[in-house]
Design a protein around this ligand. Structure first.
Ligand code: NAD
Length: 295
């Protein structure tokens, strides 16, 4: 059976490393990294993510700044806060929790973030650099970076392998595919218009599943020995669960365990890594601001 890639434990270890670096920074320059989190509206999932992000900041010693705006906040009001954070030297990272309400131009808001503070890595300049050979983005989007970090820290070789990404969203699938290419994998992307995705995934040495479809990846989607990174977080009804539902991945975990060589669980896989990478990106932003980067 597959070995379990314990994202929760690996994220904990990374946060420990970050906490040490934050303490060192405090000693060297008398400052700690700062992360600003802007939440608009009251989507339950967004509120939960924002809460976890603030909690992680506390754990590692990063100062968090937060602004909660009502659902009907105007675009100018949101932009005003972004500009204030851009100008605030104590803020090194700015995160606008997505999705924004429908009346807001998301591209405009994300594009207004100072690229040196774009710790989500969603600014078009950062994504553009991620896509270009020989260029370096200032930040790599947290969820894809977390997936790669899980592979590296589990000793999975990426170079020369066939990696298949399921999904092509701006936040996960697309940057994950770009990042895998940077790590010298041969990458195929399948999406909702791919006629028979299982035919493609069956050839994958590494699969990153980010479609948002519960239990889509079954035994016959997998090559024996494949490494499976399950990004999906999907609620499914479960009357025995406290809230009436539980969260499952895009991969049928029980089936995949019998054929994969390694797999991430949901929850406890990619989720905690996303937050650890946000802390990492914020630390890196602060190091650059205080000129503490090595090399
Ligand atoms: P999205 O809806 O923006 O994109 C889904 C992508 O999957 C699309 O590109 C679509 O073409 C593709 N897709 C949809 N159905 C498909 C199918 N049947 N076959 C093949 N491809 C299909 O979603 P997203 O924001 O990329 O998120 C994907 C999943 O990852 C969701 O479950 C989300 O909750 C989860 N997520 C987890 C984290 C984390 O930290 N673990 C972070 C972000 C998103």
């Amino acid at each position: 059976t597959a070995s379990v890639i314990d994202g929760k434990a690996i994220a904990q270890q990374i946060k420990g490393e970050i906490a040490e670096e934050v303490a060192r920074m405090k000693e060297a320059v008398g400052k700690v990294p700062g992360l600003a989190v802007l939440l608009v509206g009251s989507r339950k999932d967004s509120e939960t993510y924002v809460r976890s992000k603030k909690k992680a900041c506390e754990e590692v010693g990063i100062k968090s700044f937060s602004i909660d705006l009502p659902e009907d906040a105007s675009q100018n009001e949101i932009l005003k806060h972004v500009y204030e954070f851009n100008d605030n030297p104590g803020v090194h990272g700015i995160l606008v929790q997505l999705p924004l309400p429908r009346h807001i131009d998301e591209e405009k808001v994300v594009g207004a973030i100072n690229i040196a503070k774009d710790v989500d890595g969603f600014h078009p300049l950062n994504i553009g650099r991620l896509a270009m050979q020989g260029r370096k983005p200032l930040f790599i989007p947290c969820t894809p970076r977390g997936c790669i970090e899980l592979l590296i820290r589990s000793g999975v070789e990426i170079k020369g392998k066939h990696a298949v990404v399921i999904g092509r969203s701006n936040v996960v699938g697309m940057p994950a595919a770009l990042l895998l290419q940077r790590h010298n994998a041969t990458v195929t992307v399948v999406h909702s218009y791919t006629p028979n995705p299982a035919e493609v995934t069956r050839n994958a040495d590494i699969i990153i599943a980010a479609a948002g479809v519960a239990h889509m990846v079954r035994t016959d989607w997998l090559k024996p020995g494949a490494v499976v990174i399950d990004v999906g977080i999907n609620p499914v009804e479960d009357p025995s669960a406290k809230r009436g539902y539980r969260l499952v991945g895009d991969v049928c975990y029980r089936e995949a365990c019998t054929i994969a060589s390694a797999i991430t669980p949901v929850p406890g896989g990619v989720g905690p890594m996303t937050i650890a990478m946000l802390m990492q990106n914020t630390l890196e932003a602060a190091k650059r601001a205080y000129d503490q980067t090595e090399g």
